[in-house]
Design a protein around this ligand. Structure first.
Ligand code: GDP
Ligand code: IMO
Ligand code: MG
Length: 423
């Protein structure tokens, strides 16, 4: 059996949680392969809204197994809060959730380092979620990190102390005003580690290989979006992991030739939270309307998301980098009743018109060139069949499919599980 991937094609928050939840009934296993509690994946069903951070979005389905892969970074404190959030749903997570021994642990001092690093950058800050993601991946690639498997050894606290001491020196080096009470944070952390250890730690690459041999179907759930990828995103305004398809290979131990479908998910417009270039960003009342109707506030930090038109130059690029085989368009319902829609099809760059994403997309380098469309007026949220789509929506979808040369197989018309239309 091949492993299918689901990835965000923009700057995150495309609606991955919703779609993974919808698709889970087709899979035996759902696996997260990168990122950590910087993610906020929202699921809505039966009148309930739930936000997941590190736990895969398959957790609400009775049958599916949920794996946290080696590429993920785990904060025991946030993780335990997440588990507590599941208690009211009566989910047997002790048997449905398994974690890779090779996943790295976010320490309290990683969070503090994140804050110190951002504060020291001033206006040039990344706009990090301050969950300690960057410093934890730095320790991973610097070969200093603590992995879940280490927590099973008696000596792990020695390793912890040495690393935390080093972090405190680094925090001081940043020379910014960060107030903290480490003993208090550590007490909370050590308690959470003990709870975490009640779950099953596995060699997840081995588990997933065996599962495949036994004919189990696997869906890999991406976090963040392709434009936040450490290599291919808008560096340095990115996250610290590979959010693109290759990240699923390294973050789960899946070989490239085991990858099947690559589901690419995008909003009918674009949003971004945090700093960094965003060529099609709107600063007028149209952008404000997108934010208002789309409830564009971060699921993790509550920060307002910046909004703008769909950017096909960027979308083509991320489809290519990921090898997307099927597209899913989210939040078309938000645009209902807009006067006109615009789609960026090229950039003006150094006096020329280009259709590839250049090295630098800062506003002084690129000016978007738009195609304009009539917008649909109908409320889409009650529609359940493509035959109900207004003609303007069909025109928009047809145009995008032609430009991207990939079929749009799913159109989402609201946050609920049921508001998902397959074409
Ligand atoms: P993720 O990080 O990719 O899982 O996305 P988030 O959960 O951070 O943000 C997506 C937001 O849009 C959530 O509040 C979802 O409930 C909501 N959402 C998802 N799909 C749709 C849709 O088709 N229409 C509307 N109106 N909201 C949607
Ligand atoms: P999901 O999975 C949107 C952004 C942050 C910041 C940058 C770096 O819900 O789509 P980090 O905390 O990783 O150091 O932040 O990346 N960012 C996200 N934006 N959705 C996310 O996750 C994000 N995770 C990180 O806002 O700009
Ligand atoms: Mg999100």
């Amino acid at each position: 059996m091949a492993v299918d991937l689901l990835l965000g094609l923009q700057w995150g928050d495309e609606g991955k949680g919703k779609i993974v939840d919808v698709l889970t009934s087709n899979y035996d296993i759902v696996a997260r392969f990168q990122g950590g509690p910087n993610a906020g994946h929202t699921l809505e069903f039966d009148g309930i809204k739930h936000v997941l951070r590190t736990i895969p979005s398959g957790i609400f389905h009775e049958k599916s197994m949920n794996v946290i892969g080696n590429g993920v970074v785990i904060d025991p404190v946030v993780f335990v809060q997440e588990l507590e959030g599941l208690d009211k749903f009566d989910i047997d997570y002790k048997s449905k959730l398994i974690l890779s021994r090779k996943a790295h642990v976010i320490l309290p001092t990683h969070r503090l380092l994140d804050a110190a690093s951002e504060a020291s950058k001033g206006k040039a800050k990344i706009g990090s979620t301050l969950k300690g993601i960057g410093p934890t991946y730095m320790d991973k690639t610097g070969r200093n990190g603590i992995r879940l498997g280490d927590l099973e050894l008696n000596t792990w606290k020695d390793k912890y102390r040495a690393l935390a001491n080093k972090h405190e020196e680094l925090i001081a080096f940043h020379n910014v005003d960060i107030q903290y009470n480490l003993p208090e944070m550590e007490a909370e952390f050590f308690k959470a580690v003990e709870t975490l250890k009640e779950l099953t730690f596995i060699d997840s690459e081995e588990y997933l290989q065996q599962a495949q041999k036994n004919g189990k179907s696997i869906l890999a759930e991406g976090a963040q979006g392709s434009l936040l990828d450490i290599d291919f995103g808008t560096y340095p305004f990115v996250t610290s992991s590979n959010t693109t398809a290759a990240g699923a290979c390294t973050g789960l131990g899946v070989a490239p030739n085991q990858i099947g479908e690559v589901f690419g998910i995008f909003k009918a417009y674009t949003t971004r939270v945090g700093s960094g270039p965003f060529p099609t960003e709107l600063f007028d009342e149209v952008g404000a309307e997108m934010a208002k109707v789309g409830h564009e506030f971060g699921a993790v930090t509550g920060r307002a998301r910046r909004c703008g038109w769909l950017d096909l130059v960027a979308l083509k690029y991320t489809c290519q980098v990921n090898g997307v085989t099927q597209l899913m368009m989210m939040k078309g319902d938000v645009l209902s009743g807009f006067d006109k829609l615009k789609v960026c099809t090229a950039y003006k760059y150094k006096g020329e018109e280009i259709t590839h994403l250049p090295y630098n997309i800062e506003p002084e380098n690129v000016t978007p060139i738009y195609s304009e469309f009539d917008c649909w007026k109908e409320d889409l949220t009650k529609m359940r069949e493509p035959s109900q789509f207004p003609k303007e929506l069909n025109t928009y979808i047809d145009f995008l499919e032609k430009e991207l040369e990939i079929p749009i197989k799913v159109v989402s018309v609201g946050p609920d599980r049921t508001q998902t239309i397959h074409r």
